[in-house]
Design a binder for this molecule. Structure first.
Ligand code: IDC
Length: 584
């Protein structure tokens, strides 16, 4: 019986392989690339709780990129060549277009709209997000000008998932109520055409996200804008955003600088690292100021326009590092681009393309050289059980890496925070029986390489990690020679679906913890097309029905079906899958 089946499978496989070896009909040769950028992957950006998620993935989507300079002064860069360069060289996933508006709320030059359209078109063809920013410090003085502008842009561009509307760059010293009334007048103009994300500036040069969060706009898809300049701003501004997040407001960093708030001065690397790590831990999307060559610290181009400034070099490095772990770049193949039925066989072949790059654990291995986040939890005594500021649960990813700062606990007993030599804070004074608990959210069971950054003058510490009460890992802490000499210890952990809390409990004290890095381990269940955890004939049947166009596959399922890992799902994969089943 087995033999017979094998023969028939081999025969049909031989026919299929032979037919595939023949020249492809024209339609098959022109298979179109699928998700080439973040927008195809995440879809429209949407507020969900205090996060911005991708409509297609349901998971937080953190996108990073650059802001152009005021259109009225930096217009020479508003062209498709620069958009391409920003995508290819800087790896931008988002660009921001600050349309210059004066204090009275009027556009400096109506001609700027045509430059804006050029950039929007280029961003859309690059499959990246793009913010239309009414770059004003007095927009509420002229609501009608904003309404007319957003009406035209939303009418023409609101249908594209790429586009985000930013209503008011930076209100200055006005009340949130004033800004809110302005926003409430402009929003319906956009909503006639588009339910895309709208981001709204907040008082005090977009710093008072907390006031906005306490009195939110009644609309389903709004985020509040916070801006910072690393040379000027630090912890106290981050605390305002933490407060806003705790009020279930979504926060968007549509502009930030590595330099001082006047846009000039030297790059403040340490402060920038603290901000970056803080934004990463909360999955906040951002744009950096600015694509320009004016002789000031925030410009990324030198004043002759030829080279990159310190800020430019640094931003390129940051954005390129992000590209290595960005979820959309590491995602599984996307299915169903072109389907063609050949006339010589009854086999239908679907060509699948992908932009997969290898998921690396670079976050983990390079972590020790980067600064960690700033203090995020209130310091507390060493004797009482304390609930820190309620943190949003950390979404554990299905691919790539995420860092959980040790100080971002939701509850703890016995520990204390202290300044960390790498920047930010770490958990210290851990004694036997002390613990920290972390709010997480984990949709599906997933295996991770868990790397914990620890320091211990003398060694001998021991701790366990549990998921909703069940121990999933045990660690022994080596001697690192100093309380601030950090090393990473790691092990593989499997976190069950639905886990809400991870807890570290010290069995033996005498160690410090700075952060936990989770890197998703790709499940090695190739062939599990129906994703039920095992490889059976049901998977082969599903794949066969897919090839006969009777069923569709999700990207995750297609990844499982791609047995020979060539990013094309064909009858060869079916043959391989059947061979695996038969040989067992
Ligand atoms: C600054 C420019 C500067 C220009 C000034 C005009 O860098 O060359 O003279 O605008 O107002 C912001 C604003 C942004 C500022 C930037 C730096 O959104 O327009 O650009 N900044 O000061 N908020 C905080 C800082």
């Amino acid at each position: 019986m087995k033999f017979k089946r094998l023969v028939s499978i081999l025969c049909s496989a031989a026919t299929a392989v032979a037919s595939l070896a023949m020249p492809l009909p024209p339609a098959m040769q022109t298979a179109k690339a699928a998700a080439s950028g973040p927008v195809s992957y995440y879809g429209q950006l949407q507020k969900s709780g205090n996060q911005i998620v991708g409509a297609k993935t349901g998971n937080p989507a953190q996108v990073k990129g650059m802001s152009f300079f005021w259109s009225n002064w930096g217009g020479q860069y508003w062209n498709s060549g620069i958009v391409n360069r920003m995508v290819d060289e800087f790896k931008c996933e988002i660009l921001r277009c600050p349309v210059g508006v004066d204090e009275s709320g009027s556009m400096y030059s109506s001609g700027d709209v045509s430059m804006l359209r050029t950039v929007l078109d280029a961003a859309i063809s690059n499959d990246i997000y793009v913010i239309v920013d009414w770059h004003s410090h007095g927009a509420h003085n002229n609501t009608n000008a904003a309404k007319s502008f957003f009406n035209d842009i939303a009418r023409d561009y609101g249908k594209y998932d790429n586009v985000i509307f930013e209503l008011y760059n930076e209100p200055t010293k006005v009340s949130w109520n004033t800004v809110k009334s302005y926003a409430e007048a402009v929003i319906p103009t956009i909503r006639q055409y588009s339910d895309n994300l709208i981001v709204v500036g907040t008082p005090t040069w977009s710093q008072d996200v907390d006031s906005a969060a306490y009195n939110q706009i009644n609309d389903e898809n709004i985020a509040y804008v916070m801006h910072f300049y690393a040379g000027t701003h630090g912890d106290s501004l981050r605390q305002k955003a933490n407060t806003a997040l705790n009020q279930n407001a979504a926060v968007f960093i549509s502009e930030w600088g590595t330099v001082n708030a006047d846009g000039d001065g030297a790059v403040n690397y340490n402060s920038t690292k603290e901000w970056l790590s803080w934004m990463d831990s909360r999955k906040l999307s951002w744009c950096n100021w600015a694509i320009n060559s004016k002789a000031e610290g925030s410009s990324i181009f030198t004043s002759d326009g030829q080279g990159l400034t310190d800020a430019g070099k640094y931003l390129k490095e940051i954005l390129n590092a992000h590209a290595e772990t960005a979820e959309w770049r590491n995602a599984a193949p996307v299915t169903e681009t072109t389907t063609t039925t050949t006339t010589t066989t009854t086999t239908t072949t679907t060509t699948t393309t992908t932009t997969t790059t290898t998921t690396t654990t670079s976050v983990v291995t390079t972590a020790a050289t980067t600064s960690d986040s700033a203090a995020t939890a209130a310091s507390s005594t060493s004797t009482t059980t304390t609930t820190a500021e309620p943190f949003s649960a950390l979404q554990l990813p299905e691919s790539g890496s995420v860092i959980l700062e040790a100080e971002a606990y939701s509850a703890m007993d016995g520990i204390r925070l202290e300044d960390c030599v790498l920047g930010g804070q770490n958990v210290g004074y851990i004694e036997s029986g002390d613990w920290m608990e972390y709010a997480v959210s984990c949709n599906n069971e997933q295996t991770y390489e868990l790397a914990v950054r620890v320091a211990s003058q003398n060694g001998g510490g021991k701790f366990t990690i549990s998921a909703d009460g069940k121990t999933i890992a045990s660690f022994e802490v080596p001697r690192t020679g100093d309380w601030q000499n950090w090393e990473t210890i790691q092990t593989e952990v499997t976190i069950p679906a639905g886990t809400k809390a991870l807890k570290l409990v010290a069995q033996e004290g005498g160690f410090n913890v700075d952060q936990f890095a989770f890197t998703a381990v790709k499940k090695n269940t190739l062939g599990d097309v129906n994703l039920d955890g095992t490889v059976t004939i049901a998977d082969a049947i599903l794949l066969q029905r897919y090839l006969l166009s009777e069923k569709t596959l999700t990207a995750e399922q297609a990844a499982q079906a791609d047995m020979n890992q060539n990013h094309v799902i064909s009858v060869i994969d079916l043959t391989l899958l059947k061979t695996v089943l038969i040989q067992r």
